[in-house]
Design a protein around this ligand. Structure first.
Ligand SMILES: Cc1cn([C@H]2C[C@H](O)[C@@H](COP(=O)(O)OP(=O)(O)OP(=O)(O)O)O2)c(=O)[nH]c1=O
Length: 185
């Protein structure tokens, strides 16, 4: 059986999109970046923590496989997770406006035979945004629970001038890479 260790409705939907039958494991993992921890190492560590926490719950089941994922928005040396509140969301979007940032999405597959990861790095360029546009976007509430305070699959699609990489990766689960992890060599 395949399990997805995630509370994210987007990830559940995305995994279903490629026809992967799965069950959900709700895990709670702390997402705290260690001082000086590189962004890619942080994203990978958190995704692995989620997959391992899930696997610990089903490891007695023969053939159990568990996916865990993490997505963060990276601008220079800064890592933007989910905004704490509206002011934090406004600040993040103000930093992202008119610039290019990276979205890192890492997926780990943990099973009795071992642990493997897949990494997706996308580059997203936002159009310049007025303070008013940011304020009205934040007021919709869409920004909450999303890394970088935006959802490419939602109204924030209107901010995205250019994307290079994986659309599903930006949304939270890179589907090509996940499929390779599950079925590739
Ligand atoms: C950039 C971006 C992020 N997101 C979401 C995907 C993730 O759910 C969230 C990043 O937070 P994560 O910590 O990666 O995931 P999560 O806490 O929502 O779920 P889990 O239980 O698996 O830990 O941001 C979008 O939905 N759209 C976007 O465009």
């Amino acid at each position: 059986m395949l399990y997805l260790a995630s509370q994210s409705p987007r990830r559940r939907e995305l995994l279903g999109q490629i026809g992967e039958d799965h069950r959900i494991l709700e895990v709670n993992v702390e997402e705290i970046r260690a001082p000086g921890e590189p962004a890619d190492a942080y994203v990978s560590r958190v995704a692995l923590d989620k997959a391992r926490a899930g696997f610990a719950r089903v490891m007695d089941e023969p053939g159990a496989r568990v996916l865990g994922a993490d997505t963060e928005v990276v601008l220079g040396g800064e890592v933007f997770g989910k905004p704490r509140d509206a002011a934090d969301a406004v600040a993040m979007l103000g930093r992202l406006a008119g610039r290019e940032h990276r979205v890192l999405s890492t997926v780990w597959l943990v099973e009795a035979g071992g642990e493997r990861q897949a990494v997706s790095v996308s580059t997203v360029r936002f159009a310049p945004l007025s303070g008013r546009a940011i304020a009205s976007y934040v007021a919709t509430g869409e920004c909450f629970g999303k890394a970088g305070a935006y959802a490419i699959q939602g109204a924030a699609a209107a901010f995205v001038e250019h994307l290079s990489g994986s659309y599903s990766g930006v949304m939270g689960l890179p589907l090509f890479e996940t499929f390779q992890l599950l079925h590739g060599q």
